[in-house]
Design a protein around this ligand. Structure first.
Ligand code: BG6
Length: 490
């Protein structure tokens, strides 16, 4: 990929926060290392009560901490840090924005990208202050971090507040899962391969599993997480985006709006989970103490800063359905949780059995093909097929075997770029197709809200599960009522 031609001013709000320090600046380091940043590009870091010298000490330490040792070189670090300029700015003080305006005006030819790595509740205020200080122009862009609100109403408000100052074509809403290589690969897999394109519907697919499992717990973010819970933190965005990419119809082309139009149709077609379905279609859990990788870990309520009466969920499983012609009657089993046994993001497409079965009846349960798309770790694709077992003594015995593609092995990839590297590059280039449009966010909230509201009305404690297990036992029932088991139990 060629270096960006136009220099850019990347302006980070919340520049000493966890996201900027742990993800965004290390991602810019990688872009610097790959020589993709345009000449003259500036990284303007804004934070409260700070001065350049002390903020740079902290930033440098964090770059050394978060970039893999083997990828760190002093010349690249030097080139990157040379671009960074810290400014002290208190977000709610309009006068403080004048210094930023002067700095931006010193290079009027630079493109401007504002990145709000702050709580969404202040996006509107920052936008207004930037506008009043004259920092905005027609070509500038703004990146909004998730979560955008915590309900349909609040996300509507945030979108409206930002929308007063930026047009939709200037707004880049991040869902970092869309920046993951394998997630983008779903588009290639589905729409470049006729083999799958023709089979991708309810005639051939019986059900789909989408699993996003994490080993980590709350990682010092109890205050944020306890307000959000796994439904708002993961399902409303990452899992529904994955579901959209699996379920959407082929877009007319790869333009941002063509892709996003198709995703919105899926979100609109998601069947509501009505009160009658809550018991059979949804499982809500919270981890208790347990052990992960042989190490004891505390329960959610024993984490530092915990409110011991919290009933926030750290695990959710849902049997969702997309009510349209392509997917009628095909359940999408979604499952995500913290403190599960492994870090794993995976989509499993289960194909229907052959209409007429001629082999040993005892082996019938083997007889379905599965496409397993592993998003992380060890990105790759496996197609589970059935073959004849080898050997003179085996007769016509069947055996499952995977046709396997590991991206790192097949393409000799040393490192898979982090999602934020791709996303920052796309923003600087002005490509919106990996970002989420306003109506997508709002339809996703609408579907989640009805579920969240019912939880609130039911006022039941989440089901406990031991850290290091795959969630509450009830998740097996979610599939068992359909006569199925999760992929890993087959
Ligand atoms: C974030 C959530 O959006 O995604 C975190 O807020 C979660 O709670 C993280 O840990 C998972 O991302 P990844 O890329 O590590 O799978």
């Amino acid at each position: 990929m060629p270096k960006l031609q136009t220099p850019c001013d990347m302006i980070f709000f919340g520049a000493l926060g966890d996201l900027t320090q742990r993800k965004l600046l290390p991602a810019l380091y990688q872009l610097e290392r790959a020589e993709l940043l345009g000449d003259g590009t500036r990284i303007i870091c804004l934070a409260r009560n700070t001065d350049h010298a002390s903020a740079m000490i902290q930033t440098r330490e964090n770059l050394l901490k978060y970039i893999h040792q083997s990828e760190l070189t002093e010349p690249v670090l030097e080139r990157l840090t040379h671009r960074i300029q810290f400014m002290s700015l208190t977000f709610d003080q309009p006068a403080a924005y004048q210094g930023l305006a002067d700095l931006l005006d010193s290079k009027p030819e630079h493109e401007r990208v504002f990145y709000y790595a702050t709580p969404a509740s202040i996006y509107g205020q920052i936008s207004a202050n930037l506008h009043d200080a004259g920092c905005l122009n027609d070509a500038c862009r703004v990146v909004l971090e998730k979560p955008i609100g915590n309900s349909l109403a609040s996300s509507h408000q945030v979108n409206a507040d930002v929308g007063r100052y930026f047009g939709e074509s200037q707004i880049y809403r991040i869902d970092h899962y869309l920046g993951k290589e394998t997630v983008q690969n779903l588009i290639a897999l589905r729409f470049a391969n006729n083999l799958f394109g023709t089979q991708w519907n309810q005639n051939h697919i019986s059900h789909v599993e989408i699993t996003v499992a994490e080993k980590v717990g709350i990682e010092g973010r109890w205050g944020y997480f306890d307000q959000a819970g796994q439904m708002r933190d993961m399902v409303q965005n990452h899992l529904l985006q994955l579901l959209c990419l699996v379920a959407m119809d082929p877009p007319a082309d790869l333009s941002a709006d063509s892709i996003r139009d198709e995703k919105v149709k899926v979100l609109k077609a998601l069947k509501p989970i009505t009160p009658e379905l809550m018991g059979s279609h949804v499982v809500r859990g919270q981890y208790t103490s347990g052990s992960i990788d042989g190490k004891a870990v505390p329960g959610y309520l024993d984490e530092p800063d915990a409110n011991t009466a919290s009933s926030t969920e750290t695990f959710v499983a849902i049997r969702a359905e997309v009510g349209n012609w392509r997917w009628a009657g095909v359940p999408f089993y979604l499952r995500t949780g913290k403190r599960l046994p492994e870090k794993l993001s995976q989509i499993t497409i289960h194909f229907r059995q052959q209409p007429h079965y001629i082999f040993d009846p005892e082996q019938r349960q083997l007889a379905n093909n599965k496409l397993i798309i592993k998003l992380q770790p060890d990105e790759g694709i496996a197609l589970q097929i059935l073959t004849k077992d080898q050997g003179l003594d085996k007769g016509m015995q069947l055996r499952k075997a995977p046709l396997q593609l590991s991206f790192s092995q097949a393409f000799g990839i040393e490192r898979v770029p982090d999602a934020y590297e791709r996303l920052l590059l796309e923003v600087m280039q002005g490509n919106q197709y990996l970002f989420v449009r306003r109506d997508e966010i709002e339809h996703a909230w609408k579907w989640c809200d009805q579920l969240l509201n019912q939880w609130q009305e039911m006022n039941e404690a989440p089901l406990p599960y031991d850290a290091g297990t795959w969630g509450p036992e009830a998740i097996d029932r979610l599939l068992a009522t359909d006569g199925r088991v999760w992929h890993e139990h087959q």
